[in-house]
Write a protein that binds this ligand. Sequence first.
Ligand code: HEM
Ligand code: HEM
Length: 196
Amino acid sequence: MDETPTQTQQATDLDGATIFLHFGLMVFGVAAWLAGYGAGDYKHARHFWFSVHKWLGLGAAAFVAARLGYGLWGPEAVRFTAWVPYTPERLKMVLEDLRCLVSFKLPERAPRQGLAGLWEAFGIAVFTWMAATGFLMFLYLTPGARARGFVWLVKELHELGEWLVPLFLAVHLAAVTLHALSGDHRWRKMFFLGEK
Ligand code: HEM
Ligand code: HEM
């Protein structure tokens, strides 16, 4: 893959499967996150928000699993090994983007490159954590009583999402908004709208 620092390819680089999986993450991920703030009612006999959150969370977890599968075994050009910034060249792009931001300029990159790629990889990691701890609770948590022992520990680890999810979303959405304000409307592609 071409990794020259100044690349500014179009959003057409995002393939249909990526866009479909991203749409699922967007819809179920955001809905599960919001419903999560009510899910503390799991300890009551009536636990409406826990039930809503559980099904939305399982939906999000299914999309996370599919996204991980696609990143590990999908076409070579879209695999995590092709874009997650762990090589010196890709880390250099992240640093360049940070320098760009410090001088109040927006980095212009192909999707998943530079700082955006680093943050998107962080997002996948956060949602994987939430999906894994959530799935364990789906298997072992019995609603109607306080969680104890192992399930309590898993629940505490899951609650890190209270901060991690909004942190990821705030920066991700700020980047999308700033790009749109500067005329880069690639968000349209993520909603199956044509490019402007
Ligand atoms: C309202 C919510 C969201 C909006 C509007 C949104 C928008 C976007 C846009 C415009 C891009 C393209 C950026 C680029 O070219 O690099 C993108 C990429 C990406 N976003 Fe989101 N996003 C949202 C929620 C999420 C969520 C919940 C996740 C969960 C992990 C996520 C993960 C990613 C990832 C990993 C990419 C890189 C493309 C891919 O491999 O899927 N986004 N997003
Ligand atoms: C990717 C999927 C999921 C996301 C993004 C997510 C996100 C969240 C968030 C943000 C909270 C609020 C934490 C807090 O207020 O401290 C929460 C709470 C909770 N989640 Fe999830 N969740 C997911 C999947 C699941 C699943 C599948 C279950 C299974 C039953 C589950 C069970 C719970 C419970 C029981 C709580 C309440 C914790 C408490 O406040 O005592 N979650 N979740």
